[in-house]
Design a protein around this ligand. Structure first.
Ligand code: PBE
Length: 301
């Protein structure tokens, strides 16, 4: 046999072996995936673009596509939140899809969006914001979600809890509680309204709300009893009212009734998912699926 071909064959074989090794090392293996631990709210979450009811009536608008002809009245702006939020990507898609060419989506934070909404609402000005449910704001202001006939914002979403790779196997007690950690939409909104209207710190208000809902508490605990020193748990969250509420309640329950030490870590959405996937964070309670956090789920789940 011609030795040139033997050499080429050997080189090709080495390349294939090296490539396979690199693939095995960096490729997605099952245990590098984040793991779903439970459903915090089933199908009750929604999101979209919303305007105060007076704006919808006075301008006679019902659909997202109606915004374009009233761009002047809305100052050509949609008031958004933090740029890592799924609702921001969805809103960019809606601007494209419904031809809202005159509009700019303004990125800020939930707190800034709410401050703008309050200022506009108190003086009967027109404003369009990114909004979602569960949220306390729907109980305070009369807001109208604009129709989204092509479902750019999806249908009913669920909120799930997810854990770092391996947590379910490492800590069945915690995984068991997370599999029970679920709210109805009215319970969730009641929690958020309670926190919002309380003068106390969010951690205190969350604890008070838990003590007012003993049946829900026992459904989460199942037959788990308090035992001190169960270890530390890092819960990642974004500064969204819903995530703050569900994370603070979880911290209270795990510390008071189970025996963990819980640290809440406030991050932006991208860093939160990355931290979960590399194990810097143990848990999150604010995964919106199937659409809102699809970009993160595709990458890490
Ligand atoms: N939210 C609240 C988040 C998820 C929780 C709807 C603002 C988002 O858009 O990613």
């Amino acid at each position: 046999m011609n030795s040139k071909y033997v050499k080429i064959g050997a080189v090709v074989a080495v390349i294939i072996l090296v490539a396979a090794g690199v693939y095995m090392f960096t490729g997605d293996t099952a245990d590098s995936k984040i793991e779903k631990t439970g459903t915090v709210l089933e199908n009750g979450a929604k999101l979209g673009l919303a305007v105060p009811a007076y704006a919808a009536t006075e301008l006679d608008i019902t659909d997202i596509s109606d915004l374009q002809q009233h761009a002047d009245e809305f100052n050509d702006q949609i008031i958004g939140i933090d740029s890592g939020a799924g609702i921001m990507t969805m809103t960019e898609n809606a601007i494209d899809h419904y031809g809202l060419d005159s509009y700019t989506l303004v990125a800020s934070s939930e707190a800034t969006m709410l401050a703008s909404l309050m200022a506009a609402y108190e003086s009967n000005q027109y404003i369009v914001v990114t909004l979602w449910d569960p949220h306390w704001v729907g109980g305070v202001y009369d807001m109208v979600y604009l129709d989204d006939p092509d479902l750019v914002f999806g249908e009913a979403e669920s909120i799930e809890s997810w854990a770092r790779p391996g947590l379910i196997a490492d800590d069945p007690v915690l995984a068991g509680i997370m599999s029970n950690y679920e709210y109805s939409i009215s319970e969730f909104n009641s929690l958020l309204s309670y926190i919002e209207s309380s003068d106390s710190d969010i951690s205190v208000a969350a604890g008070e709300w838990v003590e007012d809902h003993p049946d829900l508490l026992s459904s989460w605990l199942g037959d788990v009893e308090y035992s001190s020193g169960r270890g530390s748990v890092k819960v990642g969250l974004v500064n969204w009212a819903c995530a703050m509420g569900s994370s603070n309640v979880l911290k209270y329950v795990l510390e008071t009734y189970v025996g963990y030490d819980v640290t809440l870590m406030e991050l932006n959405a991208g860093v939160m998912y990355e931290g979960l996937s590399n194990g810097d964070i143990d848990l999150i309670t604010t995964a919106w699926v199937p659409l809102t956090h699809a970009q993160y789920m595709e990458k890490y789940a």
